[in-house]
Each structure stands twice: as C-alpha cells, then as structure tokens.
Ligand binder design. Structure first.
Ligand SMILES: C[S@@+](CC[C@H](N)C(=O)[O-])C[C@H]1O[C@@H](n2cnc3c(N)ncnc32)[C@H](O)[C@@H]1O
Length: 203
C-alpha cells in the first residue's frame, strides 16, 4: 500500500499530474463553490483539499497511508473510512464529490447509496470517472502493474443509471483530453479521459 502512495505522489507531483489536477480542481471549484460542507470520497493524498483552500472539504479515504500524505499537504480534515459504510449521519453534507474512485469499488452501488444517504435533500453530487473509451485509459490499462488495471466497472452508463435512482442528473459530459504530456479541452470520446456526472439529490 505504501508503494501505491509513493507511485501516486510521483504522478500527482509530475508536470502532467499537476496539469491534470489543475483542470480537475477548476471543474470541482466551479461546480461546488457556495456549498458549505463538502465531502470528498476517495480523497487519496488530498490533492483537491490542497488546491481548493477556500472550499470546506472533508477528505475521506480507506487508506491510512494515503491520509498520512494528505495531512502533510493541507490542514483540512481527513477521515479514514469506507465509502460503502460511511460514519456520518443522514443528510450531513451539502455536496459530495468523488474522483476516479467509484469505478474501482466492487460494490459501487453500496457506495452510491451511502453517498446519497449523507447528502442533504437537494444537495449535490459530482462524480468524475475514467472514460474507458479514451486513448489515455486504453494505453495505461495495458501497462503491467498500472492502477487502472484494478478498475471494476467500465460501464459508465450502468453507474449513471444507478446514481439516477437517488439524484436528478443535471449534467453528463466528457472532459479533459490527455495525449502524451498535453492536457486540453475536448469532449471527444476517444480523447477525453473523464466522464463527469453532476446531480441533485432527490427529496
Ligand atoms: C485513483 S485514487 C483517486 C484519488 C483522488 N480522488 C484523486 O483523484 O487524486 C482512488 C482512491 O480511492 C481510495 N479507495 C479505494 N477504495 C475505497 C473505499 N472503499 N472507500 C474509500 N476510499 C477508497 C483509494 O485508497 C485511493 O486513494
């Protein structure tokens, strides 16, 4: 697990990693600013907490090793916990976001139910998932030992349909072109590395 963290730190701190992070953080900021309490599911090393200092985000991750690194990067609150069994009361958060995490969970349905439970009525969900049709995904998933090989769900439609049981989906789009070291705007299915969904919790 510590090896995972070291790999992740290396990637996040690389020039490409920083470019990707800047775009993702900008997207999250535009969608979630104005929300008083925000939960980040699968926060990893706390990159978004570090780069979005004005948002009140609690980071949650199952890996204590990730959280040790996250706590070095910002003074936000980080909690060790499992997305499929959240230790928060019902309707705690105005918004929840999750970046490249849901699709790696065996039981993503249980995580979605838990996320919905802790979201306030009319609260927001922002989920960014890997677009399995992108060049970026297809190249990386072939590399021996790559994290992408641990993906459990590549059918974003199935995840979208399940999320739709609990949230009114207001936005679905492809985002973030990555080719080599370049990061650019695109919604081309072959080039956009992320599938993004935004929803409002049903009453
Ligand atoms: C690909 S990383 C994404 C990290 C971060 N969201 C980002 O984009 O920089 C996925 C993260 O999900 C975490 N994770 C895996 N299973 C989890 C679970 N059941 N509950 C909470 N976090 C989990 C992993 O420890 C890892 O930090």
């Amino acid at each position: 697990m510590k090896a995972d963290v070291a790999k992740f730190v290396r990637f996040c701190d690389s020039p490409l990693g920083k470019r990707i992070l800047r775009k993702e953080a900008g997207y999250i900021y535009n969608e979630l600013r104005g929300n008083e309490s925000i939960l980040d599911i699968g926060c990893g090393i706390g990159s978004f907490e570090q780069h979005l200092p004005t948002l009140n985000i609690i980071g949650l991750d199952v890996s204590e090793d990730m959280l040790v690194e996250a706590r070095k990067r910002s003074d936000k609150t980080f909690i060790q916990g499992d997305a499929t069994d959240l230790e928060f009361h019902d309707s705690t958060f105005d918004a929840v976001f999750t970046v490249t995490t849901l699709e790696f969970l065996e039981d993503f349905q249980k995580a979605v139910r838990e996320i919905a439970r802790v979201t306030k009525p009319q609260g927001k969900l922002l989920a960014m998932m890997l677009n399995p049709h992108s060049e970026y995904f297809r190249e990386n998933v072939q590399r021996p030992g790559d994290y992408f090989q641990r993906i459990k769900h590549t059918n974003t439609k199935e995840i979208q349909e399940y999320i739709s049981r609990f949230y009114v989906v207001s936005k679905e789009e492809l985002f973030l072109g990555i080719q080599g070291e370049q990061v650019f705007e695109t919604d081309d299915e072959n080039l956009a590395s992320l599938y993004v969904l935004v929803g409002t919790k049903k009453r």
